[in-house]
Design a protein around this ligand. Structure first.
Ligand SMILES: *[C@@H]1O[C@H](CO)[C@@H](O)[C@H](O)[C@H]1NC(C)=O
Ligand SMILES: *[C@@H]1O[C@H](CO)[C@@H](O)[C@H](O)[C@H]1NC(C)=O
Ligand SMILES: *[C@@H]1O[C@H](CO)[C@@H](O)[C@H](O)[C@H]1NC(C)=O
Length: 267
């Protein structure tokens, strides 16, 4: 135990030192709330990926960014993917919905949320995510893949940490539709950001998830609750509201610190 905690300390220290060489966290505006996205869209085997390159020459960590139901079409998702790139990771956000994101107003005539959710099921989505992981892994310098998922995508942070999917570490913000089996199957460190008000993860559900992580999952984990926030805050916070702004920023740095700690100083 003692040896391993010394090893962990050294790993974290090495992480901090190496991270310094090749990340741009001291730059202002690393986390952009507004502005113009800087990444590009590419098509790989019929799937569109929003790719945001880092200034880091040969980033060792690739980030698989999984959007909320509004998809890569929603500018906030692109800006957040760009923010991960500025933190030093090659970042890829696949179009999980094949150009069929949910509308902002779920009451839009003709939109049936049940039908939409049934259409975009795990069987439809996993092949797209597998292509994105393969894309990241095809870069020789990428040795670790981290997943950052939000709302709809937050569930897939857990799913992608199951054995054999090529993902090493995960962060999930206010996941929707997350099931027990998906939590129990994780094979890598998992960090969770929770909103105070969230019908998808109300307090009793959050406690149950914490209990599962504590006693039934043999992986490092973290759960952080952000006061004054609601479902979606890590992507769609009202940044005029100081608590929401803090929550969004802290959740972003929660993910970054988690990836650096558990992807072993690999930047
Ligand atoms: C891409 O889509 C076309 C048209 O639907 C299909 O014929 C082709 O097999 C697809 N390719 C891949 C790699 O999925
Ligand atoms: C929405 O889709 C579900 C599943 O296909 C269906 O059962 C339901 O009737 C639909 N609702 C409306 C309002 O069309
Ligand atoms: C955002 O927060 C500010 C400050 O609390 C508030 O005045 C404003 O109405 C909020 N905007 C929305 C769209 O909720």
């Amino acid at each position: 135990m003692r040896t391993s905690s010394i090893a962990t300390t050294l790993l974290l220290w090495a992480g901090a030192v190496f991270a310094k060489q090749c990340s741009y966290r001291d730059e202002p505006q690393i986390l952009a709330h507004t502005g113009t996205p800087v990444g590009t869209e590419i098509v790989v085997e019929n799937s569109t990926f929003y790719v945001s390159e880092t200034k880091c020459k040969k980033p060792k960590i690739g980030v698989l960014y999984l959007t909320d139901a509004f998809g890569i079409q929603f500018v906030n998702n692109k800006l957040l993917a760009d923010s991960f790139a500025r933190a030093g990771y090659l970042t890829v956000a696949p179009d999980m919905f094949n150009n069929d994101p949910a509308p902002f107003d779920l009451a839009t005539p003709g939109f049936n949320a049940t039908e939409w959710t049934l259409r975009h099921n795990p069987t439809a989505i996993h092949p797209i995510l597998a292509k994105a992981v393969a894309y990241l892994r095809s870069k020789n310098h990428v040795t670790k893949v981290a997943v950052a998922g939000y709302c709809f995508g937050g569930r897939y942070s857990f799913r992608m940490l199951a054995a054999g999917l090529g993902v090493d570490v995960g962060f999930s913000a206010h996941p929707s539709l997350l099931e027990d089996g998906e939590i129990l199957a994780v094979q890598g460190p998992i960090s969770l950001a929770a909103a105070e008000i969230d019908a998808m993860m109300p307090p009793a559900r959050k406690s149950a998830i914490e209990a599962m992580l504590a006693s039934q999952v043999a992986q490092p984990y973290q759960v952080s609750l952000y006061g004054g926030t609601a479902h979606g805050f890590a992507v769609r916070a009202n940044i005029s509201d100081p608590e929401q702004k803090f929550g969004k920023e802290a959740a972003f740095y929660q993910a970054v610190r988690w990836f650096d700690a558990w992807a072993g100083g690999a930047l």
